[in-house]
Design a protein around this ligand. Structure first.
Ligand code: GCU
Length: 388
């Protein structure tokens, strides 16, 4: 059974029990059936668009699509336009040109196309709708309909999802994707069932590394005593503590300022985020310790999901999976181009020897006892997938 069909079955059954067709969400309009604007009813929403999301050419144009704010500014219905049945919100905390944001817009286009304009999705980048944790909270009561988030923010909704982000779990990106694309990835998506959110598709976020302001990390000893910004995640805090540093949880949007004012000595993230958020301007030493791969998910509010017909649920799932594939393609290019940009701008890249990396790995090993003792079978399965 595919991930999509498993998810569809579980989600459909929860729709039944939770009252499919409920109304009252903040962002979904309650009109039934596609409508055409007459001369009196033209409102502020943008009309249905004609899109061609599937071809290479149209994919190309996704990056040029305007964001939510400009969509709203320029939108007004003209007589004869098709009015969408639903207008949904999609929260994203990355910049407008970031792979996950481009994939969100691609998703919006696909859904709009496949529903012949009945569903419009507006993408709000740069955390316009709130930081990552608050976006998930809003999803749970239907205040936001979709969000793309890092697994670093999801442990309260699926305890098992922590396993997929353990330090030094995957050998490389191929290993991680074998896990996410297979039965384990499907099972973890399913584990969100009943939490208020539906997990639709996996996104890539590369590998996370430490970066510092005052000097390079060449050895484990260099991490000791540093104040390091981490995601608001207990695992990330424990990992940094285990390496001998002091974790400082700060929301993503505020990291640049924390580096600029030297409130922290460094942070940790992938190349793309390091570059996109301007962290490289203040923390010029990027150490390839590769401590974590933290996969990302496109999520949907269960409240919104339960309002959808089975046909629309299916369309949303298929389009989300396609958007995930698209993001993966974009990700590889962006990781390389971000690295190139940073190196050209003066970042010093530090490559650790295998022996040194092994010391980092050993320092965080005990975290598996704390976070995975209930899930050692899963850890074993994941490790074995790396040997295939
Ligand atoms: C990555 C991820 C973000 C997350 C951020 C963080 O950049 O894509 O969604 O918020 O890490 O470190 O907080």
């Amino acid at each position: 059974m595919t991930a999509v069909s498993i998810l569809l079955m579980t989600a459909c059954s929860s729709a039944g029990s939770a009252g499919a067709g409920a109304t009252g969400g903040q962002s979904a309009s309650s009109q039934s059936g596609t409508q055409t604007v007459d001369s009196q009813s033209a409102g502020h929403q943008s009309g249905a668009q004609t899109v061609g999301g599937q071809s290479a050419d149209s994919r190309q144009s996704v990056s040029d699509t305007s964001d939510s704010m400009s969509t709203q500014r320029s939108s007004s219905y003209k007589v004869g336009d098709v009015v969408p049945e639903y207008v949904f919100t999609y929260a994203e905390n990355q910049t407008s040109d970031y792979p996950t944001t481009q994939a969100a817009r691609y998703f919006a286009k696909l859904v709009n196309q496949e529903t012949e304009g009945r569903i419009e999705i507006r993408v709000y980048p740069r955390a316009e709708l709130g930081d990552e944790k608050s976006s998930i909270e809003q999803l749970c009561f239907g205040g936001i309909d979709f969000a793309r988030v890092s697994l670093g923010s999801t442990s309260e909704y699926s305890e098992e999802s922590v396993v997929l982000q353990m330090p030094y779990l995957y050998k490389n990106a191929d290993h991680m994707w074998r896990v996410l694309d297979g039965e384990i990835g499907a099972r973890i998506k399913e584990s969100f069932e009943g939490s208020g959110i539906v997990a639709l598709a996996w996104f890539d976020a590369g590998v996370r590394n430490f970066y510092t302001i005052d000097g390079p990390i060449n050895r484990l000893e260099d991490v000791k005593g540093l104040k390091i910004r981490v995601q608001q995640s207990e695992l990330a805090e424990d990992m940094v503590t285990a390496l001998g540093a002091e974790p400082v949880p700060i929301v993503y949007e505020d990291v640049e300022e924390a580096l600029q004012t030297h409130a922290v000595d460094g942070a940790e993230n992938n190349w793309s985020s390091y570059e996109a958020m301007g962290h490289n301007t203040y923390a010029g030493y990027y150490c390839l310790d590769e401590h974590m791969r933290v996969p990302e998910l496109m999520l949907m509010s269960e409240v919104t999901w339960n309002k959808m017909s089975t046909i629309d649920q299916n369309i949303i799932l298929q389009c989300a999976i396609e958007a995930g594939d698209y993001e993966r393609e974009l990700w590889k290019k962006r990781e390389d181009s971000s690295r190139d940009k940073c190196l050209q701008a003066g970042t010093v890249e530090i490559v650790l020897s295998d022996e040194e990396k092994q010391r980092f790995r050993e320092a965080v090993d005990d975290l598996y006892t704390k976070y995975c003792s209930e899930h050692m079978d899963l850890v074993k399965e994941i490790t074995e997938a790396g040997q295939q």
